[in-house]
Write a protein that binds this ligand. Structure first.
Ligand SMILES: C[S@@+](CC[C@H](N)C(=O)[O-])C[C@H]1O[C@@H](n2cnc3c(N)ncnc32)[C@H](O)[C@@H]1O
Length: 333
């Protein structure tokens, strides 16, 4: 597994968006092979520090090798990023200059991983990032009701044929492997119909999202980032499908508005104060050159926001844009 290299997506753009600076302190919530983390460390030297998180112990192993030059300034934690606040408090790693989430799967996980993330090779239907959690893809496929399966496939895969696929899955149970499931889905939708995209793509995405509870975890984690960023610190999120991107977009838009009352309300009643400002109003996507070199980057969409002081008036904020990182202690084990 480690022989496959994961090419970090939008690498230069991530370093720019995080405004990486020497001596800065960063969190990579989705460490993967450590490609982004390594670039962050190179640009934050001397003195930079990084907390890297990944739910997958294989990713931690790969990133440890990739970051071997930076052993003393990096702390790699095998955990779910939904526990971000606890992890940061445990290691006193806050406030930070930047937080990165590069969502989804790494090439290491897609290439021949025995956990069956891809339908391109035979493997058990597992799909857990964290091998210790209970729910597996086989568990969902073989025990959920037809309507529960259809719901998952429709909501998380945005698949129009969800009911047909769910019915065929229930008829074909038990299903234990990736190729078995891919064949059942292909059969349910009547073959490939000349498309280059495999008909099981959306069903596999839906199952993976359900197994790892990806969308709820993303929403909860985004909410935790604001309190961990120092004033002027950056939040950078790369997503790979519209469900993730919608959550990121809505979060950043909400957090960059002072009042969330319906427009017809004459006075604000919610008292909501903006905690961020948007750095890019339009999403940042890979160049054609990057897509050519790394076709997996094709669907990447990056959004960036900057933490602001909730209590500062806009003009004060503009005058005092330097991150304020002095007010809390910091130690790295
Ligand atoms: C696209 S890869 C990141 C690649 C990385 N940026 C690099 O340059 O190598 C996404 C990683 O996030 C991890 N991941 C996904 N959801 C997670 C979660 N909720 N908590 C922790 N890690 C997660 C996956 O295990 C995977 O290794």
């Amino acid at each position: 597994m480690l022989s496959v290299a994961h090419k970090p997506v939008l690498l230069k753009e991530v370093v720019t968006a995080l405004a990486v600076q020497p001596g800065g302190r960063y969190i990579d919530c989705t460490l993967g092979g450590g490609g982004h983390a390594r670039a962050i460390m190179e640009h934050s030297s001397p003195g930079g520090q990084l907390l890297g998180i990944d739910a997958d112990p294989e990713a931690i192993r790969a990133a440890t090798l990739n970051l071997s030059h930076f052993t003393y300034s990096t702390l790699l934690v095998n955990d779910n990023f939904v526990n971000l606040d606890d992890i940061c408090h445990r290691y006193n790693f806050y406030p930070v200059h930047g937080i990165l989430l590069d969502l989804g799967l790494s090439s290491l996980q897609l290439a021949n991983d025995p956990r069956g993330f891809s339908f391109q090779y035979e493997a058990d239907l597992d799909m857990r990032f964290n091998p210790n959690q209970e729910t597996t893809a086989a568990g969902i496929v073989n025990t959920y009701s037809e309507s529960e399966l259809a719901n998952i496939i429709r909501s998380y895969g945005e698949e129009d044929n969800s009911y047909r696929i769910a019915r065929r899955i229930v008829q074909a149970r038990p299903i234990h492997t990736t190729l078995q499931l891919a064949a059942v889905v292909e059969d349910a939708v009547g073959g490939r119909k000349g498309s280059r995209i495999h008909p099981a793509t959306k069903t596999f995405q839906a199952l993976r999202i359900a197994v790892n509870d990806e969308l709820d975890h993303l929403e909860e984690t985004l909410r935790k980032t604001t309190d961990l960023l120092g004033i002027g610190g950056r939040l950078v999120v790369i997503s790979y499908h519209s469900l993730e991107d919608r959550i990121v977009k809505q979060f950043m838009q909400r957090e960059s508005q002072d009042c969330l009352c319906p427009p017809r309300m004459p006075v604000c009643r919610c008292g909501h104060k903006a905690s961020m400002r948007l750095i890019n109003k339009k999403i940042i996507t890979p160049s054609e050159e990057e897509i050519e070199q790394n076709p997996r980057s094709r669907s990447a969409r990056m959004r960036v926001a900057e933490r602001i002081d909730r209590n500062a008036k806009p003009y004060e904020y503009r005058r005092n844009r330097k991150p304020d990182f002095k007010h809390r202690g910091f130690s790295l084990n």
